[in-house]
Design a protein around this ligand. Structure first.
Ligand SMILES: [Zn+2]
Ligand SMILES: [Zn+2]
Length: 376
């Protein structure tokens, strides 16, 4: 019987290749041959035991691939963009399955499908039960009928398409700062608006790229790493604050000097450090917008002064994942951008080196590791 190799996390701290039978596809499902899959900070959190999941899990939620086999009813069951789908098509799949359509959130706020508690997410879902292959650190991913699948735009390389997921996270965060109305009214994000991005790891960098593509003015990148700040310039940041070189007061003064003494219009927190949220609140101008997209994990709390929120007349906005359709503008941007977007891929590795890839993610000059389950 044909087998499939998949990197399986038996429990936190323990990951290795396991073999599974290559499954037949159900009438409404498809089997995806994984071309490229990114390692995410949350895979690192998972490995470190900071996620409460049902083990074992095959991680991997940022991926692209080619349809190996497709059931006759899959096009009817799935939500498809650019279809109909057929064998051999290059696609990406939103890791979160479709919202249930029936729960309180689906009924009352259907435009925020990511709030549905009844979704499951590839790469976080248990692989205990057949057909097991529910994560993309594998040669094949089993895609059931409740998936959302997008055909890749003509000419978009499969490897770059694996960046659609983290880019969708960043685009959603940037879009949160858009305000309805006329952009020149000084409300929210718009052309020429001054932004600060706290933390320029992969998500922060994609936020910078999104803000740049959306017409931002100054983009102030704030980070501890000189290398990451240098990289942020490639994606369109215009000013740079190195946390390791300036005190809290010095950097505030610096940022105020670049923003007419009032602070940035929009601040996006992508560092995932509680103190960065508090500093962002201190920096954002009165009447501005502060977006929190860094805390997918929970590293603890920070003291804030409610008076500051009240006095600043500020909007504080959370951004949790994205509606599935966010993948469409993400793929569009990956196809059209003139930014050197592929440079964020600093490491390419075979599936067998998954543990090394997880370990280097977020360290030194490593931004995004891409695994190629079938070799490159
Ligand atoms: Zn991720
Ligand atoms: Zn629901």
């Amino acid at each position: 019987m044909a087998t499939v190799q998949a990197a399986t996390m038996i429990q936190p701290g323990e990951i290795g290749l396991r073999e599974y039978p290559k499954p037949d596809v159900a009438e409404d499902a498809l089997l995806l041959k994984i071309s490229a899959v990114g390692i995410c900070g949350s895979d690192k959190h998972m490995f470190a035991g900071k996620m409460n999941l049902s083990w074992p899990v095959i991680p991997g939620h940022e991926f692209s691939g080619v349809i190996e086999a497709i059931g006759p009813l899959a096009n009817r069951a799935m939500k498809v963009v650019g279809g109909p789908l057929k064998e051999g098509d290059a696609v990406t799949v939103v890791p979160g399955t479709q919202a249930c359509g029936k729960c309180w959130f689906c009924i009352h706020v259907p435009h925020r499908p990511q709030l549905c508690p009844n979704r499951s997410v590839f790469g976080f879902r248990t692989s205990a039960e057949a057909p097991h292959l529910f994560g993309a650190f594998a040669e094949y991913l089993y895609v059931p009928g409740d998936a959302f699948v997008l055909k890749l735009p003509e000419g978009l390389p499969l490897e770059r398409a694996a960046l659609a997921e983290p880019l969708a996270v960043a685009q959603r965060a940037a879009s949160r700062a858009l305000a309805p109305g006329v952009p020149y009214a000084g409300e929210g994000f718009g052309l020429g608006v001054r932004c600060a991005v706290m933390g320029v790891g992969p998500i922060g960098l994609f936020v910078v790229a999104s803000l740049r593509s959306m017409g931002a003015g100054e983009i102030i990148a704030v980070d501890l790493s000189g290398e990451r700040l240098a990289f942020a310039e490639k994606f369109g940041a215009t000013r740079f604050v190195n946390l390791s070189k300036l005190s809290r007061e010095e950097r505030k003064e610096q940022i105020l000097s670049w923003t007419d003494g009032v602070g940035p219009d929009v601040v996006i927190e992508a560092a995932g450090v509680p103190a960065a949220f508090e500093e962002g609140l201190d920096l954002v101008r009165r009447g501005g917008k502060l977006v929190e997209v860094g805390h997918y994990g929970d590293p603890g709390s920070v003291e804030i002064r409610p008076h500051q929120i009240c006095n600043k007349d500020v909007d504080i906005l959370g951004s949790w994942a994205y509606p599935q359709i966010q993948f469409e503008p993400a793929l569009d941007m990956l196809s059209r951008t003139t930014l050197p977007i592929d440079d964020i891929i600093t490491h390419r590795m075979p599936l067998s080196q998954v543990q090394a890839g997880i370990e280097i993610t977020g360290t030194g000059d490593c931004l995004k590791v891409i695994l190629s389950p079938h070799g490159s």
